[in-house]
Design a binder for this molecule. Structure first.
Ligand SMILES: CC(C)(COP(=O)(O)OP(=O)(O)OC[C@H]1O[C@@H](n2cnc3c(N)ncnc32)[C@H](O)[C@@H]1OP(=O)(O)O)[C@@H](O)C(=O)NCCC(=O)NCCS
Length: 333
């Protein structure tokens, strides 16, 4: 069987217009800009409009148009849409199909949502690599798009300060013979025993939302921040080492670490554990907070656009999230 290398052909992002700073939050909850910035590295987040035009599928639509242009592809060149989100537009149909329609696609391409929380984009990328590598598909669109502002209790200061809305996408396809892009290592993990560290049990088949849940606010996301913090640093470091080993490389070879943006202290601790210097780590949590599945594709896109990440660089994506899911990808861009 002929095998192909996978190349990220184009990327894009969309950030909602409404910017909410820590100082804005000081007006509605008992908190301060200093506390939030010191503990998390966050200064602001963006909140999608509830009037329409910035639903997860809309943000993905705008980001995908940029990625298609960068990849020099048309919507119907996409063979599959993988839409990673914990805040899909609807329960049914999936948001990948909503996006397919918004893009005006007529090729009836495979369209699938991925529910792997903050690791969803990396899950999508690693699965797409398998399909591209084996020649099953030529071009796959991977989306991380989130409207977490809908699922956050805005009166709970321990959680609402952390999250934001936004979208990042990447189109992957076959590398040409003269291009040295490739995915060199991939690792996907999950540990269901940590499910109570970050969950949202109300609203599914087991506990449909009832009026008393809304009165109590128990239908929102719940998180044990300290537990998540510990597991995150351990898992991020472990998975990074796994993919480096798979590729037969060393951490010194890595040009850029693009980690999930949940807390700058998690990122810094992971960098230290791995011995990767801060100047090789992409951080933008100060601007957007934690946008779940969207953090890595947004951070990557920004670094590509501003020229930090260049073709030929060795890049490491490293994600973790509720589940507890986690995933890493090492690739030559
Ligand atoms: C959430 C997080 C920022 C909290 O930081 P922390 O240093 O653990 O803070 P604590 O929860 O111990 O809270 C310390 C104090 O600050 C208070 N506090 C909590 N939120 C606050 C806020 N927004 N503003 C001001 N004070 C706050 C607490 O009530 C507590 O007060 P107390 O000591 O009087 O009880 C941190 O644990 C974290 O980022 N965890 C990981 C989150 C994560 O990765 N999520 C998963 C994403 S995929």
């Amino acid at each position: 069987m002929k095998l192909y290398n996978t190349r990220i052909k184009g990327t894009g992002m969309y950030i909602p217009k409404n910017r909410v700073t820590n100082i804005d939050l000081e007006k509605t909850i008992e908190t301060s800009d200093e506390w939030i910035f010191e503990r998390t590295g966050i200064r602001a987040r963006h909140i999608a409009s509830t009037e329409g035009g910035e639903w997860p599928s809309d943000m993905a639509y705008h980001a995908t148009l940029q990625a298609l242009e960068a990849a020099k592809l048309a919507p119907n060149d996409i063979d599959m849409i993988l839409f990673a989100s914990v805040t899909p537009d609807f329960k049914l149909p999936n948001t990948a199909t909503v996006l397919q329609t918004k893009l005006g696609m007529t090729n009836q391409c495979a369209s699938l949502d991925i529910a792997a929380a903050c690791s969803g984009f990396v899950y999508g990328l690693n699965m797409a690599d398998g399909l591209i590598r084996t020649g099953v598909m030529k071009n796959i669109l991977i989306v991380g798009s989130e409207m977490l502002s809908r699922e956050v209790n805005w009166t709970d200061r321990s959680i609402c300060i952390l999250f934001g809305d936004g979208c990042g996408v990447a189109i992957v396809g076959r590398a040409e013979e003269d291009e040295d892009s490739a995915i060199l290592g991939a690792c996907l993990t999950a540990d269901g025993t940590g499910k109570e560290f970050f969950d949202q049990p109300i609203g599914g088949a087991v506990h449909p939302i009832e009026p008393h849940h809304i009165a109590e606010g128990s239908h929102f996301m719940q998180m044990k921040g300290k537990e998540m913090f510990k597991v995150a640093t351990r898992t991020l470091a472990q998975n990074a080492r796994t993919v480096i080993e798979q590729a037969g490389l060393t951490l010194d070879d890595v040009n850029w670490l693009v980690p999930h943006q949940a807390n700058v202290r998690i990122i810094e601790t992971t960098g230290k554990l791995l011995g990767i210097p801060p100047e090789k780590v992409i951080i933008n949590i100060d601007k957007y907070g934690n946008t779940s599945a969207a953090t890595i594709p947004i951070a990557f896109h920004e670094a590509v656009i501003d020229g930090r990440i260049k073709r030929g660089d060795l890049v490491l994506f490293d994600a973790f999230g509720a589940g507890l899911t986690a995933g890493a990808t090492l690739f030559r861009y």
